[in-house]
Design a protein around this ligand. Structure first.
Ligand code: SDX
Length: 429
């Protein structure tokens, strides 16, 4: 098949660049030689039209509202798989057989404890510290405890660091929660599955037996799966850029945690529930819809809109279903927040402003309702997103480190500042 090319005319010169095709999705124009050939940069703040890498992990079709993890649709994985199996799939590219899954689960289980000295690290924080502030610090500090898995040149150390991150994030997140409520840390238990272990570390207390509700554990496991990876989103791009300097994996994941915290990204689940609570009742929805449309008002509908999805976020659909199931189980199906959320979605999706801009609920719109019903404070919502996304960050980081074309990320700019000028001594200013 003849090689596809793109022609670019600048003045009276014409330049030709290869067009590359992936397995599915848009082709790309390979502009790596653009600056050398033309002396020009491309200009794409926010990378709306830029493919920063090639990857085979996750694919999103924003127009169709499709999300594939290694080719498997997210709704099938959410209903038929489980988070640890999805971790294996994202890391190694194929669904595991029984023996492979058992071995992987066993390796993760045996890394869930954190170094005992880390308990003192938590005690340096104020009790009212936001769990995401604690996680950003503690995850970065892991490099100070696990020296034997920071050499990114050693594939064995990369593998151990990957397992350690996936295994310890729930423990770190649960410890951040326990510290914020003044309760003792709860050690992980090897007889519990991943989601049940997290719930146990968050909600059990020494004073009495804590029984994990299997329906709640299944909902948590599904939330972890829905958040596991999502192509080159802001926090994953942060992890890749950090990793391109050969920084150790703990530092790269800590950078991803910090980026995820923003309310435009992973912080939206906390902001969305706070917004639904502020709206309070269905009759106040029109007031907030008008504010979201008012350009002079910085207010946006949190949990709505997406850079890639210009259709319903497939994760939001599964999340809404789970919210109904959990609320029914907990006997709070007439939960006013869920009613406001469903009515808000209905009104927004019939309003031309949202329809024209293809703004639909995203993964963050319903997740907070489940987490709130299970008993988590809103401040823990993004920490739970971070522990879920750790496998995606790690899988993308490993893919980048293993890429023979790996280069340090170094974007350029369109400079609008002052040209060269001489220093003026203070006495003359
Ligand atoms: C996540 O990238 C990922 O994959 C992220 C994520 C993942 O799994 O990693 O999916 C997780 O971050 C989901 C998104 C969570 N964020 C929110 O819910 C915050 C609210 N949403 C917006 O801030 C916004 O929609 C973004 C940030 C998500 C997307 O912003 P874009 O793609 O840069 O779009 P934009 O800001 O240019 O908006 C386009 C138009 C603008 O209006 P006009 O200038 O055309 O008149 O849509 C409007 C915006 O004002 N708009 C909204 C809106 N989102 C966009 N108006 C009201 N409410 C909103 N939520």
């Amino acid at each position: 098949m003849s090689e596809k090319t793109a022609k670019l005319s600048i003045g009276d010169e014409t330049f030709e660049f290869p067009v590359l095709s992936g397995s599915v999705g848009p082709d790309v124009i390979d502009i790596r030689s653009l600056y050398a050939k033309t002396g020009l940069f491309t200009y794409d703040p926010g990378f709306t039209s830029t493919a920063a890498c090639d990857s085979s992990i996750t694919y999103i079709d924003g127009d169709k509202g499709e999300l594939l993890y290694r080719g498997y649709p997210i709704d099938q994985l959410a209903s038929q798989s489980n988070y640890l199996e999805v971790c294996y799939l994202l890391l190694y590219g194929e669904l595991p057989g029984k023996a492979e899954l058992k071995d992987f689960a066993n390796r993760v289980t045996r890394h869930t404890m954190v170094h005992e000295q880390m308990h003192y690290f938590y005690r340096g924080f104020r009790r009212d510290a936001h769990p995401m502030a604690i996680m950003t610090g503690v995850v970065g500090a892991m490099a100070a405890f696990y020296h034997d898995s920071t050499d990114i040149g050693d594939p064995v150390q990369r593998e151990i660091a990957s397992i350690r991150m996936i295994a310890k994030m729930p423990t770190i997140a649960a410890m951040a929660y326990k510290y914020s409520v003044g309760q003792p840390f709860v050690y992980p238990r090897n007889d519990l599955d991943y989601a049940s272990n997290f719930l146990h570390m968050c909600f059990s207390v020494p004073a009495e037996e804590y029984k994990v509700d299997p329906v709640v554990a299944k909902a948590m496991d599904r939330i972890f799966t829905l958040h596991a990876d999502h192509e080159q989103n802001a926090s994953t791009s942060t992890v890749r850029l950090s990793g391109s300097s050969d920084a150790n994996p703990f530092a790269c994941i800590a950078a991803g945690v910090a980026c995820l915290w923003g309310p435009a990204h992973g912080g939206a689940n906390e902001a969305a529930l706070n917004m639904l609570r502020e709206i309070g009742t269905v009759d106040r929805i029109p007031e907030f819809i008008e504010r979201a449309k008012d350009k002079s008002d910085p207010f946006r509908l949190m949990g709505f809109g997406h850079r890639v999805y210009k259709n319903y976020d497939p994760r939001a659909a599964v999340m809404q279903e789970s919210a109904r199931e959990v609320l029914e189980l907990l006997g709070v199906e007439d939960n006013p927040t869920l009613q406001v959320a469903q009515e808000l979605e209905k009104i927004a999706l019939s309003d031309p402003y949202f329809v024209e801009r293809k703004l639909y609920p995203n993964v963050d719109f319903y997740s907070g309702i489940i987490l709130d019903a299970v008993g988590f404070p809103t401040s823990m919502f993004t920490a739970i997103f971070a522990l879920s996304r750790t496998v995606g960050w790690i899988a993308q980081w490993k893919e980048m480190i293993g890429d023979p074309q790996k280069k340090i990320g170094r974007p350029r700019q369109l400079y609008n500042g002052s040209g060269a000028r001489d220093y003026v001594p203070l006495s003359e200013r």
